[in-house]
Write a protein that binds this ligand. Structure first.
Ligand code: NAG
Ligand code: NAG
Ligand code: NAG
Ligand code: NAG
Length: 512
């Protein structure tokens, strides 16, 4: 039974009254949808190498924390197809390769990555991407998985390898729907020995990579099923400067232009990148596929690539601001953080249990969930959740594929207030990065009842809090200082959409 049909009569009456009174002041949620969302997620690099060795109960718990509605509720997962880790000094960042020789594969390799890929598929994560940092070592210029280059003319062999891998895993019921053949092609991640895999693909080689991969997918009949993502440039600046030298040749074979935002762009430069892409490649979708590792303040000031571990609400709101930026400023449909799980705590939780909750300069802010880097020696298999985990849960659970953004206009509208419609409700995700409590006043085209609200703040982790309240024809949601709040407002007039809220939340809604 749908939540819509079970709305009480008083909800319907309120809706009619609201339509009769009409909008007044405050911000207004448009009745017209903007973009339709396609995914919120992150990557499986390189933690599977470690987490595979954790007790099975912990691996299952981690999978639920990532992929179930009781956890982050991610709708996108990026699995790393390893290049064999040749010349990578850090064994955790040296994923195994299936490649043995042309057409010969060892499917028992990368059991670590495949375990968590399966965990995502089993939990119904709808958007699965395979991405590659380096071709199998034997195919690269230096016969290594880093400090090396793509070899011009090897595109067909590389494309065949990737198509064979995709075909194999799709044949096992794992519906990988995107392939990204060159992650950050602007760097080889040398010198050797390297900290991670990386294969440089210079701009005038990139069309070959895409074209030959597309041809290899076509041979398998997969060209309409698995979309090619390119080119995962590390910054918007690189992407934009390099597109013109290769992308026009293969634009029709690219499903979406995906980029990283390690330049931590201002709103203006992000918007300028988007308008440039729109004019050069009309109709081509762009999205954000990787970022991490910034300190800075809740309001976004002080952002930039940096070492340092900050598990607090300050950093969680700073990164939430980047999600808002991709969705609101750039109108993008999809957002992936970098590595979902990290060992960069920068301290020893067994020596000092509370250190996981406090910033330090030795760690890295590159994960949502952390684990002890010394687990193999000290047997500490604990998982540690940061505030970023709890804020990302708002986006994971309330920005689902098929749901749609609605523009908010008016004096209360700003770059950290997002309205997302589903078939039955509006999810309002609003951030207050300031130091005093405030309220958000909204008018909806068709709101009827307030549902639950959830809040993450210094003292709350996705806590259930009072929902929006009605004031005339407005809805008022309170936003505590330094918090991210999701308020659900039910709509009587539904959007045409196949999406429905996760069952756990729907039960909460219809009881109201
Ligand atoms: C890989 O490592 C070996 C051994 O240190 C070194 O001789 C070789 O030059 C490295 N290859 C590349 C491409 O860096
Ligand atoms: C994968 O796709 C096939 C065909 O498109 C479909 O029948 C199957 O149910 C999908 N599997 C999952 C786990 O979504
Ligand atoms: C899963 O891990 C989280 C984070 O450490 C913990 O709070 C929770 O109790 C664990 N759940 C289970 C079922 O082990
Ligand atoms: C956006 O508006 C909300 C509600 O009015 C307010 O709490 C928040 O601080 C504002 N955000 C910014 C970045 O100004």
């Amino acid at each position: 039974m749908s939540a819509r049909r079970r709305l009480s009569n008083s909800c319907i009456t309120a809706a009619v009254l609201s339509l009769l009174i009409g909008p007044t002041n405050g911000a207004t949620v448009s009745s017209t949808p903007a973009q339709t969302f396609s995914g919120v997620g992150g990557s499986g690099a390189w933690w599977p190498m470690d987490l595979f060795h954790f007790p099975e109960a912990t691996r299952q718990n981690l999978s639920d924390l990532l992929f179930s509605a009781s956890g982050l509720g991610l709708s996108s997962y990026r699995w790393n197809i390893g290049g064999g880790g040749v010349n990578v000094s850090n064994p955790v960042r040296a994923p195994e390769t299936f490649y043995v020789a042309p057409g010969v594969y060892d499917w028992n390799k990368d059991a670590q990555g495949v375990y968590f890929l399966n965990a995502a598929a089993q939990r119904g994560v709808p958007s699965l991407t395979a991405f590659v940092n380096s071709a199998p070592a034997p195919m690269t210029a230096g016969k290594t998985s880093c400090n090396s280059q793509f070899v011009t003319g090897s595109g067909a062999a590389y494309g065949t390898f990737l198509a064979d891998v995709l075909s194999h895993f799709r044949g096992q019921g794992i519906n990988i729907s995107y392939i990204s053949p060159m992650n950050e092609p602007d760097s080889s991640f040398g010198p050797s020995p390297c900290g991670q895999e990386g294969m440089e693909v210079v701009p005038n080689q990139r069309a070959e990579v895409v074209r030959e991969l597309y041809n290899a997918l076509s041979v398998k009949g997969l060209q309409g099923t698995v979309g090619i993502l390119a080119d995962e440039s590390s910054s918007l600046g690189n992407a934009r400067n390099e597109y013109s030298s290769w992308l026009p040749q293969v634009i029709n074979q690219v499903a979406a232009l995906v980029h990283h935002t390690y330049d931590f762009p201002s709103d203006d430069s992000y918007a300028s990148y988007i308008s440039n892409v729109r004019s050069l490649f009309p109709g081509k979708t762009t999205w954000m596929s990787e970022v991490c590792c910034s300190l800075g303040n809740a309001d976004g000031s002080g952002r930039g690539w940096s070492q340092g571990y900050d598990p607090t609400i300050k950093n969680a709101l700073m990164f939430s601001g980047m999600v808002f930026q991709s969705f609101l400023v750039a109108n993008e449909p999809h957002y992936d953080f970098w590595t979902l799980v990290s060992n960069g705590i920068g301290c020893s939780p067994l020596n000092n249990p509370s250190c996981v909750n406090n910033p330090n300069s030795a760690g890295w802010t590159d994960g949502l969930i952390y684990y002890d880097s010394q687990y193999a020696r000290n047997g500490n298999f604990q998982l540690y959740l940061t505030k970023h985990f709890w804020t990302f849960k708002h986006f994971g659970n309330f920005v689902k594929p098929g749901s749609q953004r609605h523009e908010i206009t008016g004096s209360d509208a700003n770059k950290s207030t997002l309205a997302v419609s589903t078939s039955t409700a509006y999810n309002i995700i609003a951030m207050n990065p300031g130091n005093s409590d405030t309220t958000l006043t909204l008018t909806f085209p068709d709101a009827t009842c307030a549902g639950q609200a959830f809040r993450t703040s210094a003292s709350e982790d996705f806590a259930t809090v009072a929902g929006a309240t009605r004031s005339g024809n407005n809805w008022v949601l309170s936003l505590r200082a330094m918090s991210l709040t999701t308020g659900i407002v039910l709509a009587a007039i539904v959007q045409v959409s196949s999406f429905s809220l996760p069952r756990t939340y729907q039960i909460g809604l219809v009881k109201m």
